[in-house]
Write a protein that binds this ligand. Structure first.
Ligand code: ADP
Length: 569
């Protein structure tokens, strides 16, 4: 999943950064709403000059009684959906760095939106805690209401930072945004490690401090990826004397490649964590580096990742991203739970982005219509008899794009078109642009992030390529199947768990697969799909229907998360 710029390979060795040297604190509010600072001054004055000893723990302890804090009325008070399950109620704080529709760079954003909604139906009381990035669209910013503010110490030198809480309630889920302009004012959630390390140290501690401040003590604190990985560490160190310690923590790995690694002095400075957590069983890695994800894995009560196959793979040296031994050591608390898709957003029948909505009764006819419109929109030759292959992806080497580039000229022909939608590494952006030019009318490279266009490609394409090197779960193959688009995938991670290969003896399966990471095998899988499409259309159409009818909803997975919550509490 996402987080992308903060890959461990980006790490730079630097001395602890002075806060002012990182970014100048901006005084102006992010948006013309009631500024939290001013509001804080009225409702809950916090002296900037408070001594460092008034740490966040103290701040939380001194905060106003819960009744007063919770008195603020949400603007959009949607009635919580009726719980459909009778299992005991649990409260869950969901903490991560992105969430659709506020901010999304990849699958993490989808999960942070859809899973809490699904958990509400499993009788969970869910609060999602996110950074209040400046790039969150105004339509959401303007609906947020101020819940309070306080100062929190953070760095080893005791400097304190403003923490504002802005709230938005939607579909039975409460979203609390941590507000601080110094950390969250850039246009993109992820920039570079120099900024991201302080940003997510701050976020992890502020999220816990906000829970304390609101006196909302959840049964479970569910953290996502390295940006929230310090939370279990903070909980068992800096917050050990607060009410929050009763909470159990879960850390979900959406993509092990991103770990939040930097030199120990910098992370020690910014996190303010005690020296003893920088040992080789917790945060320390290599000679002088600290790994935020590794620390979280050590301190969390349970670890999950987003498919069973990936849970096994990451314990091997090949997929383990240098944490395989650490994960093997913690294997007893690690399990895989596959992602689902949100049927309210991904529904071909009601999808407002599509020229022609459809369901299983009219998919064959309507998909042709969507294909023609897509070809028209993208400047491709308009012919619904052509085989259209889509690729919707971040353009990074994880996604198997070297394989695609190696064989693209052999894939496109008089009967086949390829549509790419993605952005990322320049080398891939340029190569797809090159192919668009070299294969005019047959290849279309949309080098951009465009949510609405992605919907139209899912609906208008016949097949979708996902040839990833590794894929923790993968959502694009799930969405494709739900839209009656046949996935062509490499058998790894969640792709292996969700796409059953076509079996001609039983006429079963959901797509076409290949195992080794090899361009020839990818080409072979595409050619098998093509031959199936042109020569055995009846069976192809049956597969389209099978895929659309496959249960890819969150319900099953949400039940498994709920069982995990119950087993921990
Ligand atoms: P990852 O999280 O590794 O990027 P996933 O398959 O888990 O991959 O999730 C990708 C999500 O991002 C899907 O919802 C997909 O539709 C969306 N997506 C990826 N690239 C684009 C793009 N260029 N434009 C629109 N949506 C995109």
């Amino acid at each position: 999943m996402a987080k992308k710029n903060s890959a461990k390979t980006d790490k730079k060795s630097k001395a602890p950064l002075e806060p002012q040297a990182v970014k100048e604190r901006k005084k102006a509010p992010a948006a013309p709403v009631e500024t939290p600072v001013e509001a804080a001054a009225v409702e809950k004055p916090v002296a900037e000059s408070e001594p460092a000893a008034k740490a966040v723990e103290a701040t939380a302890a001194e905060s106003e009684p819960a009744a007063e804090v919770t008195a603020a009325e949400p603007v959009e008070e949607a009635p919580a959906p009726e719980p459909v399950c009778t299992s005991p109620r649990r409260s869950v704080a969901f903490i991560g760095s992105e969430c659709y529709p506020f901010v999304k760079t990849g699958g993490l954003g989808d999960v942070m939106y859809a899973l809490p909604k699904a958990l509400v139906k499993q009788n969970c009381d869910v609060k999602v805690i996110l950074p209040r990035y400046k790039c969150i669209p105004w339509e959401y910013q303007e609906k947020m209401i101020y819940r309070g503010a306080f100062n929190m110490d953070l760095c080893a030198d005791g400097r304190s930072y403003y923490v504002g809480i802005m709230e938005y309630v939607w579909d039975g889920v409460v979203y609390d945004f941590i507000d601080n302009e110094e950390f969250f004012s850039s246009g993109n959630p992820y920039t570079n490690l120099i900024d991201d390390i302080p940003k997510y140290c701050y976020f992890a501690k502020a999220a816990l401090a906000a829970l304390n401040y609101m006196d909302w003590i959840p049964d479970i604190i569910h953290c996502h990826d390295w940006q929230a990985a310090l939370i279990p560490v903070y909980l068992r160190t800096k917050f050990v004397n607060t009410k929050l310690t009763t909470a159990k923590t879960i850390l979900t790995i959406h993509n092990l490649r991103f770990q939040g690694i930097y030199n120990i002095p910098t992370i020690r400075y910014w996190s303010g964590l005690p020296d003893y957590v920088f040992n080789k069983d917790a945060l320390k890695t290599g000679r002088n580096d600290a790994n935020m994800l590794k620390g979280g894995l050590t301190y969390a009560n349970a670890i999950t990742t987003v498919s069973q196959t990936y849970a096994g793979e990451i314990q091997s040296a090949w997929y383990g991203e240098t944490l395989d031994a650490h994960l093997r050591y913690h294997a007893g608390k690690l399990r895989g739970i596959v992602n689902g898709i949100d049927y309210d957003i991904w529904n071909p029948e009601t999808d407002a982005c599509l020229p022609a909505g459809y369901n299983t009764s009219n998919v064959l006819e309507k998909k042709r219509e969507n294909k023609r419109k897509l070809q028209e929109e993208l400047g491709l030759v308009q012919d619904d008899g052509k085989f259209v292959i889509g690729l919707i992806s971040r353009l990074t080497n994880q996604k198997g794009l070297d394989l695609v580039n190696a064989i693209l000229p052999q894939v496109v022909d008089d009967y086949t078109q390829v549509v790419v939608l993605g952005s990322g590494d320049k080398v891939y952006e340029d190569s797809f642009r090159y192919y668009e030019n070299a294969c005019k009318g047959r290849v279309c490279a949309n080098i951009m992030y465009d949510e609405a266009r992605s919907h139209r490609i899912y609906a208008g394409a016949d097949a979708l390529l996902v040839p990833s090197q590794f894929e923790p779960c993968g959502l694009t193959q799930l969405i494709a199947m739900h839209y009656g688009t046949i996935p062509i995938v490499r058998e790894t991670g969640g792709l292996k768990d969700t796409v059953e290969p076509y079996d001609m003896r039983n006429n079963s399966g959901n797509g076409f697969t290949f195992d080794r990471y090899d361009a020839g095998l990818l080409l072979d899988a595409i050619n098998r799909a093509k031959a199936f499409y042109f020569d055995q259309r009846k069976h192809w159409d049956e597969m389209v229907l099978r895929d659309m009818e496959k249960d890819l909803s969150w319900e099953n997975s949400a039940k498994q998360y709920k069982d995990l919550y119950l087993s921990l509490t």
